[in-house]
Design a protein around this ligand. Structure first.
Ligand code: SF4
Ligand code: SF4
Length: 316
């Protein structure tokens, strides 16, 4: 049986994906040019993997030679919880409050793939969740899921930007979606609110200055120039998304229980500083927080703690 848009959409909805878009598996010419410019500016900091496999990012036929389409899927992870903003606790980015989204989404993608292959055994695909040499944001934009906000996250007009993206490259043709308009307009709220001025231009984030990079992927010390600018972010940073009118306007909450906070919304800094490797492994085994490694978390906690102490003394 032929796999149609509706067959994919119905099953994906049943599995919990809110948004599903389809686009032709064309070469990402403009997006690759922008990526190369971003890399040549050094805005990727130490994320050298971003400079690898450019030919696969540019053309998905280097991943699946007979690729015809790309299906982009999005899943809402917004939950109805707020921070308590205790000074001696560090904040965790909303995306890492619950179970690691890779685990949750991979499971759903596997079920979707199995379902589609059972309908048509000649259906071929490669699926990605925020890993691998695939420009998931570019595909989401091309598939009409949303537009790329000036903070460089994809925004959907009904869900805002609290969405995880998944990408399926396939050998089947579908009907394709229209592009969404860029609805940022004259707004600059994210650029104005970024405490480290990491959004260096509209649609360009310099990772060297971004709290999200500095607290997660970064393997070095946090540069002293950022002292007192972290607003107690221990793992990641959501400021540019928190201030976005599209997130303020829409408060659609997810039904997916695994995205509810699992005790990791805020973490006492002393708890991190006293944590041993076994405790770290046990506590963050199924959490995205493990990506920062224990050393990284301790570095972040110490950085925040020193900020508090120095803020209190007013002289250090
Ligand atoms: S995540 Fe935080 S530091 Fe990075 S661009 Fe957004 S507001 Fe700035
Ligand atoms: S805060 Fe404004 S400029 Fe930034 S992404 Fe949202 S709508 Fe666009």
């Amino acid at each position: 049986m032929k796999i149609t848009n509706n067959i994919v959409i119905e099953k994906a909805h049943e599995l919990g994906f809110e948004l599903i878009g389809f686009t032709r598996a064309d070469i990402l010419e403009d997006e690759t040019a922008k990526l190369k410019q971003w890399l040549s500016n050094g805005y990727h900091a130490s994320m050298d993997y971003m400079a690898r496999n450019t030919e696969k990012r540019n053309d998905v036929k280097n991943i699946l030679p007979n690729a015809q389409s790309v299906i982009s899927l999005a899943i809402n992870y917004n939950t109805n919880y707020q921070y308590s903003n205790k000074e001696d606790s560090g904040k965790v980015s909303r995306y890492a409050w619950g179970k690691d989204y890779h685990l949750v989404i991979w499971e759903k993608l596997e079920l979707l793939e199995e379902y589609l292959k059972a309908i048509d055994p000649t259906f071929e695909c490669f699926s990605y969740v925020d890993t691998g040499p695939v420009m998931d944001k570019a595909w989401a934009v091309r598939a009409g899921i949303g537009w790329l906000g000036k903070h460089t996250n994809v925004i959907n007009r009904n869900y805002g930007s609290w969405i995880f993206l998944a990408t399926i490259i396939t050998n089947r043709e579908f009907e394709y979606n229209e592009l969404e308009l860029d609805l940022c307009g004259t707004c600059t709220a994210c650029i104005d609110a970024c405490p480290t001025k990491a959004i260096v231009n509209e649609y360009q984030v310099d990772a060297n200055k971004c709290i999200s990079f500095l607290t997660i992927e970064n393997k070095n010390e946090i540069p002293g120039e950022f002292k007192n600018q972290f607003d107690n972010w221990l793992f990641g940073c959501d400021i540019c998304q928190d201030v976005c009118p599209w997130n303020k306007k829409f408060s659609v909450y997810t039904n997916i229980k695994e995205f509810e906070p699992a005790g990791n919304k805020e973490i006492a800094l002393n708890q991190i500083l006293e944590m041993n490797p076994e405790e770290f492994k046990k506590r963050f085994e199924t959490s995205s927080i493990k990506r920062a490694k224990l050393n990284g978390l301790k570095r972040n906690a110490l950085f925040l703690k020193n900020n508090i102490l120095k803020g209190a003394s007013g002289s250090l």
